[in-house]
Design a protein around this ligand. Structure first.
Ligand code: MN
Ligand code: MN
Length: 466
């Protein structure tokens, strides 16, 4: 086969290159800068509420105003809408009539984690613990023996909202779930991995010193001491913990991974990588052709349920309200709308090569991933983007020099997964998944590539400026 640009091979066959080999020095510098901002975001935003606060602050600084129901907006207006402190839409009104449709980019800001039960606090053998339940598809064996931080909101007896975050500052205490020492783990080591640590084994150590300022005898003095500390600091009593949303997340900082610093290691990159990349794209947006909504959804990791997840009617109602103001038919608006469901995909992992189909799995450093369909067992539970919409998006990315690749979640019948795509497709919107490949997805510390994250931001920019 002849070599060179015009060879038959170049003409007919599809090949891809490592991003580092094809982008300019200037682009590499921009990529480096972008990843520093991204790491800072990951450091501060470890729950959906914290993400909403961050996005609100950033947007307000740039002049975005709170969305008013039934107000008529004009091209160039910038607004945001917060749904119950845990989900958010950021919106810029476009030049074209609303009936021409919307640009929608939808990511999620919840991540797998461990939540506290309603009555969490107990004492056993003079150690105080919190009972927990895990949130999302996590591998339970990965969570013991890690430093954990406690984030969330407690509603106090007088109705006051109390936001707490313990374990993130360097001199904060952290929390901990124990595992067996290998010396005594013979029986545990024989169990299948999925049962090595059970859900009810995920008990969190919160203290070990008894209350002894007064001469009280009896049981539960360590538990009492913990409540005393919480009461002194926050004014809460045990019953208040019922009216709370408290979550445990790894008390770990985002770091560069590898001597060449090509990868980012951090908690919660699924899906805050898409949230950050799409937010930054939207904040730079001038007046777009199409009205653009960047959505940050909650509850994706538990099936998009609840009134802050995208399986609710919130998007439909929101578009209905928006359409009413502009005198448009919201069904027509939705039918003409295009959406990037912004979520991550699995990266090919050579150490676990057996579960991946090499040709169709995304690779780190090969760009933003366009995922035509997700699901499991014969495409079950997927919205499956059409040929026409795939063409529209991939040619748009090519035209804007976005380096992209396709991805698929492992070999057929090895498992599967889904995203918010199908809930948006339900509204007759054209949807395809776009994200980055992740190594060790859903682990307490996940890996992405800086180059891919940079390309993802470029992809979102291309889309919302279409
Ligand atoms: Mn996700
Ligand atoms: Mn996920």
């Amino acid at each position: 086969m002849a070599k060179g640009k015009n060879s038959l091979k170049d003409k007919l066959l599809y090949s891809q290159k490592h991003i580092e080999k094809i982008i300019t020095k200037d682009q590499k510098n921009k990529c480096q800068k972008f990843s520093e901002g991204y790491k800072e975001f990951l450091k501060i935003c470890k729950t959906e509420r914290e993400c909403v606060e961050f996005i609100k602050e950033k947007a307000e600084k740039l002049g975005f105003k709170e969305y008013e129901l039934n107000k008529k907006y004009k091209a160039g207006d910038k607004v945001y809408y917060i749904n119950k402190s845990k989900a958010m839409f950021v919106l810029t009104i476009g030049k074209k009539s609303l009936a021409k449709g919307l640009n929608i980019v939808a990511s999620h800001i919840d991540s797998p984690r461990i939540d506290l039960k309603a009555k969490p606090l107990y004492e056993d053998s003079e150690i105080a613990y919190f009972k927990t339940n895990y949130y999302g598809g996590l591998r339970k064996y990965q969570w013991p023996t890690l430093p954990l931080a406690l984030h969330g909101r407690i509603m106090k007896k007088d109705g006051q909202e109390l936001d707490i975050c313990i374990g993130e500052k360097e001199d904060d205490p952290v929390f901990y779930i124990t595992d067996l020492l290998p010396h005594l783990a013979d029986e545990q080591a024989q169990r299948p991995l999925s049962r090595a640590i059970s859900g009810e084994d995920l008990n969190l150590i919160v203290g070990s010193l008894p209350y002894c300022e007064e001469d009280i005898d009896g049981a539960n003095l360590v538990k009492l001491n913990i409540m005393k500390i919480l009461n002194d600091k926050y004014g809460v009593v045990e019953k208040d913990l019922i009216n709370a949303e408290l979550s445990l997340v790894p008390a770990l900082l985002p770091r560069d991974v590898g001597l060449d610093r090509g990868l980012i290691g951090a908690y919660g990159q699924d899906d805050r990588v898409c949230a950050y990349a799409s937010l930054m794209a939207h904040l730079e947006l001038k007046t777009p052709n199409y009205t653009t909504i960047t959505m940050f959804a909650d509850k994706e990791e538990v099936g998009s349920e609840g009134n802050t997840g995208l399986n609710s009617l919130i998007l439909e109602y929101f578009v209905q309200n928006l359409a009413q103001q502009q005198g448009a038919n919201y069904r027509e608006v939705l039918a003409n709308s295009k959406c990037l469901s912004a979520d991550v995909n699995a990266a090919f992992d050579p150490s676990w090569a057996g579960v991946f189909e090499r040709q169709n799995t995304a690779r780190v450093n090969y760009g933003a991933v366009v995922t035509k369909y997700t699901g499991s067992r014969g495409k079950s539970g997927t919205s499956d983007a059409s040929a026409e919409f795939m063409y529209e998006i991939t040619s748009l990315l090519d035209k804007n020099d976005v380096i992209w690749q396709t991805g698929m979640l492992g070999k057929v019948d090895t498992g599967g997964g889904g995203t918010v795509a199908k809930y948006i497709a339900k509204l007759n919107v054209d949807v395809v998944d776009v994200g980055v490949p992740v190594l060790s997805m859903h682990a307490p510390y996940e890996l992405t590539s800086k180059l891919d994250v940079f390309m993802l931001n470029k992809a979102f920019k291309a889309f919302i400026n279409r």
